[in-house]
Design a protein around this ligand. Structure first.
Ligand code: GDP
Length: 508
């Protein structure tokens, strides 16, 4: 459950966070383990669901094992509107119930699915819902395609064989060429025999052999998938970068807050801004930036520098860009402009970071413009509008003068440390035990929901699973989250707490 934007909830009981932390310090590791073992044993009396097994095992996974977890290769399906991308995606997925939606909420239009062919899993990115305003359609299509291609290991390029190659198709071919990614050309709408000439006409695109399919009727889809599996690497090269490399940072924020100024100051040189997407010049997608001896991978710097375009483009497109940068980043620097009020748009961007589960640093930019009148206003706004992310490191800086830019480094490091933190199962259950002894959940309808056992199922972001005997008030869950922060820090990271209510055996 994500933390919500509500005022701090009242204390449950009297025991303070300090007292709790002090008590926990004096518990021996063996005792912690015993507490966990007893709790775990009690859970055996409850009806567990099949999916619980994985969670119960996850707490013991070492961080290394997690880092090594490979990501399946990513296949992007691109093409201009109405060529049949979505039908093809449905055809590949086969059974709709197997579909898992990746990014709920913010980016309903950018959907990826878990797919599989002959035992090889892959991730399928459907750009079918990306259709934008009619104005400048070609440009939008090319941009959307470019985004999807950047994040893919291979591409299915879908063309309507009945229509033949159009100028938009040719633009897309140019984008594909520049990307250097492997591509399969799909000649769709080959619903019956006798269309060989239509298929042959697509050789002119210069992408090699067209694969004839009928997404609607399924014709040719098996052969196509065989070719897809042959084309894709076994593991994604883009979805999860090598562990141990520079950490990945996204600089995000609404237009004009100073993102590109900040980037330019950090990289130490002002670069030419490239606006011509369909042209041949291309900024690097990511840049390695060294600040005070630490190297970071700033993701989507091309998107940040292409600011003229961003202002002309729709909010929708800016949102896509932000989402795409967040997908690839580990930590986000949300840039705010202190000369202006903290706006709903700022808050939406922060919410995107929380939903994406990334570490968060708040950069209060244009500090040089802050005067005595504005300063108290700003402090009030921070208190009122940013209390739900009070745990995020804040850096007050000026991209213009370079003031305090170097403070971003410890802030990013602290946020990533929080994001990576794992509380061992023994410690976590001792924490739960101590906490619930002092502050039990309030009675609900004469019953008291209890936490039976808990484990940290994941890091990046820290994700806890609590097995409980009944539904827990959101307020109580927030209380637990707050105590977790007070005891273990978790600076700069969202924390997720998932509840699994389980019934005692034979009670049904
Ligand atoms: P972006 O749209 O977020 O990339 O914003 P830009 O980096 O293009 O900055 C927008 C405007 O704010 C430009 O005119 C910058 O010169 C100005 N600006 C950026 N950072 C600062 C700062 O720290 N102080 C002042 N005074 N102006 C700034």
């Amino acid at each position: 459950m994500a933390e919500s934007r509500e005022p701090i909830d009242p204390e449950f009981g009297a025991t303070s966070a300090d007292e709790l932390a002090a008590r926990l310090q004096h518990i021996e590791p063996e005792i912690e383990q015993q507490v966990a073992d007893v709790a775990r044993a009690e859970l055996e009396d409850y009806d567990l669901e099949p999916e619980d097994a994985a969670v119960l095992a996850s707490g013991d996974e070492t961080p290394d094992a997690q880092a090594a977890r490979p990501a399946p290769p990513v296949l992007a399906v691109i093409g201009r509107p109405n060529v049949g991308k979505s039908s093809l995606v449905n055809r590949v997925l086969g059974h709709r119930e197997a579909v898992v939606e990746d990014t709920p909420g913010v980016t309903r239009d950018r959907v990826s699915y878990d797919a599989e062919w002959n035992g090889q899993p892959f991730r399928l990115v459907d750009t079918g819902g990306w259709e934008l305003e009619a104005k400048g359609l070609d440009r939008s299509v090319a941009e959307q395609a470019e985004l999807a291609i950047e994040e893919a290991d291979g591409v299915l390029f879908v063309v309507d064989a009945k229509v033949g190659p159009t100028s938009t198709d040719e633009q897309l071919v140019a984008v594909l060429r520049r990307s250097g990614k492997p591509v399969l050309l799909v000649a769709n709408k080959i619903d019956a025999g006798g269309q060989e000439a239509d298929v042959a006409a697509l050789w002119s695109l210069g992408l090699g052999e067209p694969h004839p399919v009928s997404a609607l009727h399924g014709r040719g889809s098996g052969d196509l998938l065989d070719a897809v599996i042959k084309m894709l690497p076994k593991e994604s090269k883009v979805a999860q970068q090598q562990p141990g490399g520079p950490r990945r940072v996204a600089i995000i924020g609404r237009p004009n807050v100073g993102k590109s100024s900040l980037l330019n100051k950090a990289t130490g040189s002002t670069r030419a801004v490239v606006n011509d997407l369909a042209g041949t010049t291309r900024d690097p997608v990511d840049e390695l930036v060294t600040i005070l001896g630490t190297t970071w991978r700033f993701v989507d710097t091309a998107g940040i520098r292409r600011r003229v375009h961003l202002q002309q483009g729709s909010d929708y497109y800016a949102t896509l860009r932000t989402q795409s940068a967040l997908d690839r980043a580990e930590v986000a620097i949300v840039v705010l402009d202190v000369s202006q009020s903290i706006s709903d748009q700022d808050l939406r961007i922060i919410d995107m970071v929380l939903e994406a589960g990334r570490a968060l640093v708040l950069a209060f930019n244009k500090w040089d413009l802050l005067d005595d009148e504005r300063r108290p206003q700003l402090e009030r706004e921070i208190e009122q509008r940013l209390s739900h992310v009070a745990w995020a490191p804040r850096v007050n800086l000026s991209a213009k003068t370079g003031r305090h830019l170097e403070k971003l480094v410890p802030a990013l490091q602290a946020a990533l440390d929080g994001w990576d933190t794992r509380v061992p199962t023994g410690k976590f259950n001792a924490f739960i035990h101590e906490l619930t002894q002092a502050n039990p959940h309030p009675l609900r309808g004469g019953k008291q929901p209890r936490i039976l056992f808990g484990t940290q199922a994941d890091t990046q972001p820290p994700t806890f699973v609590l097995f409980t005997s009944g539904f827990m008030d959101p307020q109580y869950r927030r209380f637990i989250t707050r105590r977790l922060r007070e005891v273990y820090g978790f600076v700069g990271t969202p924390i997720r707490i998932n509840m699994r209510v389980r019934e005692k055996r034979g009670r049904k």
